[in-house]
Ligand binder design. Structure first.
Ligand code: SAM
Length: 288
């Protein structure tokens, strides 16, 4: 146990405990995080993999429990993460492969898992300036789409993602997996449609909606001189009228083939890169 700076193995927070039983109550609590009800009850969610756990700790997220495979003992990175978690007051569990597999329900699980406190930004704290971009998602349902949008928003330097209405849980395991760690880097806000529309009234920038019947080609707008909220519609229904009619512009991405629409995450990626290209600020390099 020297890798943990001599921390005693008593199982209390800030200490290390060895677990081999699937019936261990902490393991049961962690497994229950597969369901939103228990994620909300515990105000917690699960992130898998050493990289994600390191990203989260580096970005100041609060770790409640670190779980790592016995087989990872001796890996200096894992031991460092364990020591950081102990120092942060987390419970650290050294577990058997069998326990790890049961938590992740995967045959080849990651050797490190972290249980983190959920964190959301309040809508009232969302203030855009300069050429900031936020993505607003209306009732997004698919965890893979949400994770991909968060990852893409992170990649282009967007400032956050706003979840409008009844959206899939950003802290669902599939969403967190699809973000590849960007969940820890991109502020997330939840808002009802009414709250979003009230906030939108005060917002001085451009609200650019995307719509299959949009009147404006997405390449014809210059996004340079003000902040932008890019509003994307639900996977099956698109943007509802009350949201669509409050956009400053409704943009369309032209399509040539038989597909009636683009996948939501793909459309968001195209739009985000266009906003950035048009504002000439991606990496500070003017578009060619
Ligand atoms: N059946 C839905 C509809 O009628 O809008 C399709 C929704 S589409 C899968 C999900 C979202 O992606 C849309 O609401 C819109 O925000 C965006 N989107 C997809 N393809 C688009 C396109 N060609 N032009 C503009 N937005 C698009």
């Amino acid at each position: 146990m020297s890798g943990y700076a001599g921390v005693p193995r008593t199982g209390a927070p800030g200490q290390v405990k060895e677990v081999t039983s699937l019936a261990n109550p902490v393991i049961k609590d962690i497994k229950s995080l597969a369901l939103k009800k228990f994620r909300d009850q515990q105000n917690a969610f699960l992130a898998e993999g050493l990289k994600l756990v390191i990203d989260a700790l580096d970005l100041g997220w609060t770790i409640k429990t670190l779980v790592f495979a016995k087989s990872a003992l001796g890996n200096p990175l894992v031991e460092k993460v364990a020591a950081r978690s102990v120092a942060a007051g987390a419970l650290v569990l050294e577990v058997s492969e069998k326990v790890l597999t049961s938590v992740t329900r995967k045959d080849n699980p990651q050797t490190v898992l972290g249980v983190f406190e959920q964190k959301l930004t309040a809508l009232r704290d969302v203030r855009l300036s300069g050429s900031d971009v936020w993505v607003a998602l209306d009732r997004i349902r698919d965890p893979g789409n949400l994770g991909t949008v968060i990852r893409t928003a992170d990649a282009v330097g967007a400032k956050g993602v706003l979840l409008v209405g009844d959206c899939v849980d950003p802290f669902a395991l599939e969403t967190v997996r699809a973000t590849m760690g960007s969940i820890f880097a991109v502020p997330l806000v939840k808002a009802t449609p009414d709250a979003f529309l009230a906030w939108r009234k005060e917002f001085k920038g451009l609200v650019a909606g995307t719509h299959l019947k949009g009147a404006v080609d997405y390449r014809s707008v210059r996004f340079a001189d003000k902040p932008v909220v890019l509003l994307m519609g639900n996977e099956s229904q698109g943007l509802p009228e009350p949201l669509a009619e409050r956009c400053d512009v409704l943009l369309r991405i032209p399509q040539a083939g038989r597909a009636d629409s683009l996948n939501l995450a793909v459309a968001t990626g195209i739009m985000l890169y266009e906003v950035r290209r048009s504002a000439l600020i991606l990496d500070g390099v003017p578009a060619a």
